[in-house]
Design a protein around this ligand. Structure first.
Ligand SMILES: [Zn+2]
Length: 332
């Protein structure tokens, strides 16, 4: 089951989190794979999207914000856009648009940063927007300060965290066709979070900036975290990972979150919504598509799930409720 674990390092200004997405991640891949117009994600795209989904879950769980966190990459290569969205209840979905060919061993630059124009955006979209309120969005390039292309998503996001929150952050991310996982280690703000609202914001930022890269506890724990390999992150359970990495540290653990309280897949699409849309087209247009293509296929833009209506399904949509045929089985 997908799970999220939060912990603190006792007496030190350092917190951590591990996320392991299993069935939630497999659902994202399965929806895409069963879509006959796109087919499954190429392996490198699946790995990138899995890392994005794990990272977005960690970032959502790391903030107190009542709204969706949306992590997007706008690429200048074959991957035009990749999106992972996580809501405060840790429901998540993800998708990517791929155009053209991709080498099976492509890395981040070949996928989304061919001409060094790729961008990564983090959007916080409030659930209950006030009139005129815009979502907050931060954008970072996919290159370092000297223009060098970054090879890993974790480097891009560490850069973002440092810029946007003035907090040292270490991320280890990995994904394959079964698991998408991530470890986050972050230095806590120098003063309590309550001060974020206070008037001493200038002092706080100064105190924080002075600590960047200089907190010995954080630096030691960050080095330990960085030794975690992709294989270990994907195959070991959370207890084993924490024991191997931090056996000399005293951890304060929070109750792990799993099931409906943990990360879980959810998309707002559904067969009935698509049926409404086809009804909206009108009987003539719907039958026109049937003549041309044999059936009507509609894919969800947010999760890739494809809904298929054949001639019998469509006839039913336009039949008065009283004389409907028995319901046909739902396509999976
Ligand atoms: Zn959907």
């Amino acid at each position: 089951m997908s799970e999220l674990h939060k912990f603190l390092f006792d007496g030190m200004p350092v917190r951590g989190m591990i996320v392991r997405l299993t069935e939630a991640w497999q659902e994202i891949l399965a929806r895409r794979a069963s879509n006959t117009s796109t087919g499954a994600y190429p392996t490198p795209v699946a790995e990138l999207l899995g890392e994005m989904t794990a990272a977005a879950t960690l970032m959502q769980a790391n903030i107190k914000f009542n709204g969706a966190l949306i992590l997007q990459i706008f690429g200048d290569g074959p991957v035009k856009v990749a999106v992972a969205e996580v809501k405060p209840d840790l429901s998540l979905r993800a998708t990517a648009k791929v155009v053209g060919e991709l080498a099976s061993d492509a890395h981040l630059p070949e996928m989304v940063n061919v001409s060094n124009k790729g961008r990564c955006a983090i959007t916080l979209d409030p659930k209950d927007k006030l009139p005129g309120q815009q979502p907050y969005q931060g954008v970072v390039p996919l290159h370092g300060d000297s223009g060098e292309k970054l090879g890993r998503l974790s480097e891009v996001l560490q850069h973002y965290m440092l810029q946007s929150e003035q907090l040292d952050t270490t991320l280890v991310l990995a994904a394959d066709d079964k698991v998408a996982a991530g470890l986050l280690i972050q230095r806590l703000p120098v003063k309590g979070e309550a001060n974020l609202e206070g008037t001493a914001a200038g002092d706080r930022n100064q105190a924080n900036e002075d600590q960047i890269g200089h907190n010995e506890d954080y630096n030691r724990i960050s080095i330990l975290a960085s030794t975690l390999t992709r294989d270990e992150l994907l195959t070991l359970d959370v207890e084993t990972i924490l024991r191997r990495l931090f056996w000399e540290e005293k951890l304060l653990r929070f109750e792990p979150q799993s099931g409906m309280l943990g990360p879980h897949f959810a998309c707002t699409c559904g067969r009935e919504r698509v049926a409404q849309m086809i009804r909206g087209l009108g009987v003539e247009e719907a039958e026109g598509i049937l003549v041309e293509r044999g059936d009507i296929e509609v894919g969800c833009d947010f999760c890739g799930k494809q809904y298929r209506f054949d001639a019998v399904d469509v006839a039913q949509l336009f039949t008065a409720p009283g004389d409907q045929l028995p319901a046909s089985p739902v396509m999976q």
